[in-house]
Design a binder for this molecule. Structure first.
Ligand code: CMP
Length: 151
């Protein structure tokens, strides 16, 4: 019987500051100890125009250019996790956008440096997650991750 297939999926991106500060492993571990299933993972370096496309929803915001410059400044690690209520659960463990306002023991509190370099991005809704997963993992839905989860 298929178990995880129907579960909610969301996209996370470990930002360049976390990669350069050597925190990839610590961050992934937090997902593992919180029982998230990791379905796909990739390290890549975005071009500025790829970062602009990824964050297009923010293009009118004053922080857009700095954010895209930062996100294309070094490698990132993108990964897809699934769980019941994955979008909300992930947002809870990563914490407030601004690390200064994030709760203790959240990823952004632990590893964020400032509001742009806030350690990790995660999709803010199920709909956004679909397009963000497609951005980093084209054909994700066509690939057969599901067969690993047959009971
Ligand atoms: P992220 O989850 O990657 O989504 C958009 C990013 O914009 C956000 O995290 C922050 O890093 C960055 N950002 C910078 N300034 C702001 C702001 N005032 N409000 C929201 N996001 C901001």
């Amino acid at each position: 019987m298929f178990r995880k297939v129907a579960m909610e999926k969301t996209l996370c991106v470990i930002k360049p500051n976390s990669v350069s500060e050597g925190n990839i492993g610590e961050i992934i571990r937090i997902f593992e100890i919180n029982y998230f299933e990791i379905l796909a993972m990739k390290m890549t370096k975005l071009t500025k125009s790829q970062a602009e496309k990824f964050y297009e929803i923010h293009k009118e915001r004053p922080f857009y250019d700095d954010l895209c410059t930062f996100m294309s400044s070094g490698p990132v690690v993108a990964f897809v996790v699934c769980d019941d209520d994955a979008v909300e659960r992930v947002r809870k463990i990563i914490g407030h956008t601004n690390p200064e306002e994030a709760a203790d023991n959240t990823i952004r509190k632990l590893y964020g440096d400032n509001i742009d370099e806030n350690a990790i991005h995660a999709s803010d809704s199920v709909k956004t997650a679909q397009s963000e997963i497609e951005f980093f993992f084209p054909n994700f839905e066509q690939e057969s991750f599901e067969t690993d989860y047959i009971d």
